[in-house]
Design a protein around this ligand. Sequence first.
Ligand code: NAD
Length: 318
Amino acid sequence: SRVIVTGGAGFIGSHLVDRLVRDGYEVTVLDNFSSGDVSNLKESLSTGRVNVVKADLKYWGDWVSEFKGAYAVFHLAANPEVRVSSVEPRSHFDNNLVATFNVAEAARVSDVKYIVFASSSTVYGDAKVLPTPEDHPIIPISVYGATKAAGEIILDTYSRLYGIRVVNLRYANIVGPRSRHGVIYDFYIKLTRNPRELEVLGDGSQRKSYLYVDDAVDASLFLFNKLINGSLQEQAFNVGNKDWVTVMDIARIVIEELGLRNVNIVTRAMTPDGRGWLGDVKYMLLDVDKLSKLGWSPRYSSADAVRLTIRWLKGNAP
Ligand code: NAD
């Protein structure tokens, strides 16, 4: 059967498309190529089972006709730059929330039965409980987190009203090949420009959980399969690792993997409590018990995921 992947030309989306094709699906990718690129889909496109349609989901348009006859939609299109959301909130409102509403509406009018949504750990904000379980209050501290939380509520409501089956995946930080944003990429770019100095946003003590993209895709498909066989009891799932690393740990791993020495690390705290930017969650570790109890666990630790990502960047990025 045919499924839709929005944001399928992006980092996580393209890995998801690769996996869906391997699992035997035909895939329609909807993407506006704002950060994604068809080159990410090279392998999958060569199978002839992927159709790429240029579409901007913040506008209702011709793309809606692609939903007719689709079995499910994986909604990953968004502006993923948390940092930018405090200075360009409207871009996040439009690309994350309006687009999510349009996708829900397109699914409703076209009778698509299943929606998998790429939500985020940022919905919890500065969580009072670490590791943070799914029933923790939703108190985002970034506009990005707010748009993901609001997107979940719209989808949950569509689920109750129209019987569309939904799963909201609250991803930790996802890293790996084709990733073009986030701390590892930032450090890599800075160090290739100037190998003597590394500017760290925040005081470096921020501590977060990282999940390798293959693990993220595997968990997503694992939950999707439970969703379609009717055995998923809940709609929100944390998708992350059991461990976490500090930003300073990441800096050390990146420096080591690039074979650099005597790098002067300069920390730049944006807030008195050492955050990297307005809306930066300082400590993020998700409680992944719900997912583990269903029988899924990640292959790579946070540190391994970081290491594999910098190795790939070293070999492939500009
Ligand atoms: P990405 O930027 O590589 O992918 C997003 C894709 O969506 C891109 O291909 C982009 O061109 C497309 N897009 C953006 N706005 C669009 C629009 N209006 N219409 C159509 N396409 C549009 O980022 P990613 O890291 O692969 O993120 C994928 C999803 O996962 C996003 O929803 C993101 O918020 C979510 N997420 C990512 C992480 C992470 O650490 N990478 C963590 C939590 C959640």
